[in-house]
Design a protein around this ligand. Sequence first.
Ligand code: NAD
Length: 365
Amino acid sequence: MNPTIILLPGDGIGSEVVAAGQEVLEAVADIFDHTFKMETHLVGGAAIDAEGDPLPEETLAACRQADAILLGAVGGPKWDDPTAPVRPEQGLLGLRKGLELFANLRPVKPHAELLSASPLRPDLLPEVDLLVVRELTGGIYFGRPRERRQVNGETQAVDTMAYTESEVRRIAHLAFQLAGERRGKVTSVDKANVLETSRLWRQTVTQVAEEYPQIEFETLLVDAATMHLITRPATFDVMVTTNMFGDILTDEASVLTGSMGNLPSASLGESRNRHGNPRGMYEPIHGSAPDIAGKRIANPIGTILSVAMLLRHSLGLEQEARAVESAVGETLKAGCRTGDLATPGESALNTAEMTKEIVRGMSDE
Ligand code: NAD
């Protein structure tokens, strides 16, 4: 197989973890006899610095032609001026919208070896295996108007949360289909007691649920969901929710696994690549982590597991995906930890050392 994979390191630790992802892709190509054509492009703050545009046309065009995309993270204090005309996050949102990636899949499954790295009681964690299906191209991150305006002599800021029925329906169908391949339960999260968009969300997801009578269905308000996620995390299978609620809930869910640095994600839409698979974008759920950027200590596992999702969903390489996932598991089992995972007294590997151990684990199989 000789697919084209676009690498978008972005900012901060983005370039450090994407380098780890690239090393794993090269190892997969070697071991399984594939040729992966990898091209690196600019996005986010790095693209603003180089070209004044967080999503250069050339980057979007390359992604539209690619078989899959691996992204690091964007953003950082350098570009945080609230009056700046362009922001790194516009690059990320532009990619999601431009590639019509409406579904973001975020699996949360703690590794048995990392139960002590989570702040939760270890007895709550062993059975946790949930998948957050986050709507990615609608809601308050995209609604218009979005502006500052003068009202009664002072500045008012406005964001708009909007959802159409069809946007809700397509993500709901995906959630129920995915639940059918898993443990058969969907939890829809909204704020239907307050928000009109959430009432449409709940009504539409409930209608879709009727088409899947074999799937158990529950709804939760988002405030309660944040609590249930830490008091009964093992009771969730597929959790489907809006763009902003999914963004927030998955940062919370990530600590079930011990660190945000562990969590991968896949963003998928209807577009297909040359192999007939979804042209997906894969990225760890964390941000650019300016507090540790440049120290080369970032945990690469979220990105490496994103590579596994890329292999599975966009390239149809299930065996290769499993080899990557099992190498991550074996490396953790062998006691290897990055700083965010090490408990007091445990020594920590840096990004490159952890990546080498995982690559070695793949070669050994
Ligand atoms: P963050 O996710 O970057 O970091 C939160 C905390 O988790 C930090 O203490 C960080 O050191 C730690 N952390 C994150 N990833 C880690 C890893 N792989 N290994 C070890 N520790 C890790 O969130 P933040 O600090 O709120 O945001 C920083 C910047 O990232 C902001 O500019 C924000 O807009 C941006 N951001 C980008 C994305 C994205 O590109 N998808 C997502 C979230 C935040």
